[in-house]
Design a protein around this ligand. Structure first.
Ligand code: CUA
Length: 339
């Protein structure tokens, strides 16, 4: 091989590799990780991408060079020269991919093992999926259920999943992992949040009419703020005389994800606008409070025209305690008729 040929081969390879690198680096393919596990998974992805770019550059250089240099001339009707095997070349192109794939397997196995390894003082959170809402409860604070996943930064968290109806799938892009929730099974997922912020919880399994709306939030706060939050929530639950706040019930059950209610600062557009409850009750020809109660407990009994059926979870009658339900009805009756 002459020097000029090597120079053009290398030149094409560098150019192809450069273009592929630009596409890989400049486009925002991945969310910024907010969990240690996600960072390790991203490392694995980049490890594979670098290998892919190098192979792509070599193959592109060989193909482009051959296409140009060995193309058939217009007057050339010959078959090419007969080629027999080249043992050295064959061993090389078997050995190199074998080494690369083995390296990827080793890196993946290490990442899998480390991602699954729970740290000390694991925080357990039970995640419940149902059509079409997420709820989160904390065994550390008996009776505490929330509509947002609150997590302390830097602590090992074990999520345990339960589905009340069909298969859903839990996904926080910034945490880097998905977990299907299968009825009758209780899979777990280990995460260690390492960045403060609010991240979307998304259902990624087509689970029915309201699938696209089945979203919640994961909020990562400092360990001190988390301890304070857990304490205040536990106190509110365990105090027998504490009036259950309807506003808190509204917030903890993520009602605002689907409904608008000015008093709660909620602007959801999926379900009926709760600032218009008085008008709706009139349309349904029912007294306001019993109309609100019925709409929470058996949402399909009356569907406000223009809104979908079977989207509102039908389990609130069971999941809310009587005081919670009473205070929510009162709260909506008062604040939902000001608009
Ligand atoms: Cu639950 Cu999609």
């Amino acid at each position: 091989m002459r020097r000029g040929q090597i120079v053009s081969l290398v030149g094409i390879g560098v150019l192809a590799g450069g273009i592929a690198t630009a596409v890989a680096v400049l486009l925002p393919w991945l969310p910024r990780p907010a969990a240690r596990e996600a960072s390790r998974i991203d490392f694995t992805i980049w490890f594979v991408i670098v290998i892919c770019i190098v192979i792509f550059a070599i193959v592109a250089a060989a193909i482009l060079y051959s296409v140009v240099r060995f193309r058939a001339r217009p007057d050339d009707h010959e078959d090419g020269p007969p080629i027999h095997g080249h043992t050295g070349l064959e061993i090389t192109w078997t050995l190199i991919p074998m080494l690369l794939v083995t390296a990827i397997a080793i890196v993946s196995a290490i990442v899998l093992a480390r991602d699954g390894a729970q740290g000390k003082n694991v925080l357990r959170v039970n995640v419940t999926a149902q059509q079409f809402a997420w709820s989160f409860s904390y065994p550390d604070a008996k009776g505490l259920t929330t509509g947002s996943l609150m997590l302390p930064k830097g602590r090992s968290v074990l999520l345990r999943f339960t589905s009340k109806d069909v298969i859903h799938s839990f996904w926080v892009p910034e945490f880097g992992q998905k977990q299907d929730t299968v009825p009758g099974m209780h899979p777990t997922l280990h995460i260690t949040p390492d960045r403060l912020g609010t991240f979307p919880v998304i259902c990624t399994e087509l689970c029915g009419l309201g699938h696209a709306l089945m979203r919640a939030q994961a909020v990562v706060i400092t360990p001190a703020a988390f301890a304070k939050w857990l304490k205040s929530q536990s106190a509110a639950i365990s105090s027998p005389n504490a009036a259950v706040s309807g506003a808190a019930v509204f917030k903890n059950n993520a009602c605002g994800a689907c409904h608008t209610l000015a008093a709660a600062g909620a602007s959801g557009k999926v379900g009926p606008d709760l600032d218009k409850l008085a008008a709706y009750a009139k349309q349904a020809r029912q007294p306001l409070e019993s109309f609100i109660r019925e709409s929470i407990v058996s949402p399909n009994a009356y569907i406000q025209p223009g809104y979908p059926k079977n989207v509102m979870p039908q389990t609130f009658g069971k999941s809310l305690s009587k005081p919670q339900l009473d205070s929510l009805v009162k709260y909506l009756a008062v604040s939902g008729t000001k608009g």
